[in-house]
Design a protein around this ligand. Structure first.
Ligand SMILES: [Zn+2]
Ligand SMILES: [Zn+2]
Length: 317
């Protein structure tokens, strides 16, 4: 694993250095953010996909990509937080502990969790904090009031609340909470299919930098000035890259599952990426997204000043 991560680090350096690429100057910074996963909710390989060019090949080679997730580490106290509890939470916690060089933490594998919305890739992992698995004690789970009402009102999440395994903490849309005494986590509402909850992006600000996590959005244009608002004061932005140019999905699915394409997002943010290469990074890639499978696309994305997030990469806050 260490060798694999060293390889990934070398690869991300090759793909484009930028102000936020870890370097010696970052060593003193108290907080850091890690990318723990970069796929859409179903990961890769994906249930129900036999396509030779994506999931059949991944099954043969043993390649696994887990759903989009960030980890936050306080180097001073060892405290850890997750943004999203994905279906791959066990694997992602293991990676977080390794990257943070964490002490053994037993039944309290993390100190706080933030959830953006109630779609399966973003919160199903909470189940692992319940009775059948870790049985955590009072683990703070942050989300919007509507998301928390959904968890409180439906099994199996309800049981975790009643048994005190998780403790629900509201973050108002457009509001913020303090984390680990020195970080601010702000929830910014974004338009997205909202069957069970509303959806937010999280902006995490430390003493030196601000990172944005916006894995799921239906359209940049639906709320006036949404992209400007999300990116205001942000050093590194992790943005929805579900689809590359929309051709990966048949037309009938595209209407049901709207997302801005990477091509559209790159057109909108071309100036910003040119001025600050590496400041816009893509994650939440669908298993069919060709950027996952063709090196030439990753290279052309990098040539335009953007990046595809690498699992294991870190940004100091
Ligand atoms: Zn998603
Ligand atoms: Zn979603």
């Amino acid at each position: 694993m260490i060798a694999r991560l060293a390889g990934l680090a070398a690869l991300s350096l090759l793909l484009g250095g930028c102000a936020a690429t870890p370097g010696p100057a970052d060593a003193a910074s108290r907080f850091e953010v890690f990318v723990l996963g970069r796929a859409q909710d179903g990961g890769l390989p994906h249930v129900g996909c036999d396509r030779e060019t994506c999931c059949a090949e991944a099954r043969r080679s043993g390649r696994v990509e887990t759903p989009a997730c960030l980890g936050i580490h306080d180097r001073e106290t060892g405290a850890l937080a997750l943004i999203e509890a994905t279906p791959a939470v066990e694997r992602q916690l293991g990676l977080l502990h390794e990257l943070a060089d964490s002490r053994p933490r037993g039944r309290q594998p993390v100190d706080a969790v933030f959830v953006t919305h109630a779609h399966i890739g973003h919160y199903l992992g909470l189940a692992h904090f319940g009775r059948e698995v870790a049985a955590t004690s009072g683990l703070p789970v942050h989300g919007t009031p509507r998301l928390l009402a959904f968890l409180r009102g439906h099994g199996p999440w309800q049981q975790l609340v009643e048994l005190g395994q998780i403790e629900l903490r509201a973050v108002e849309p457009s509001g913020s909470v303090e984390l680990f005494g020195a970080l601010t986590v702000e929830a910014i509402p974004v338009p997205h299919r909202d069957e069970y909850s509303d959806t937010v992006a999280y902006r995490v600000s430390g003493p030196e930098r601000t990172v944005l996590f916006c894995p799921d959005v239906d359209a940049w244009g639906r709320h006036d000035g949404l992209l400007d608002r999300l990116l205001d004061g942000v050093d590194v932005a992790y943005l929805d890259a579900t689809f590359y140019d929309g051709r990966e999905l048949p037309e009938r699915f595209r209407a049901e599952i709207p997302h801005p394409t990477m091509v559209d997002t790159m057109a909108r943010l071309a100036d910003r990426a040119a001025a600050r290469p590496g400041s816009i990074r893509f994650l939440h890639l669908n298993h069919t997204n060709p950027a996952f499978h063709r090196g030439s696309i990753a290279e052309s994305v990098a040539a335009r000043g953007f990046r595809i997030a690498e699992v294991g990469e870190r940004v100091s806050l």
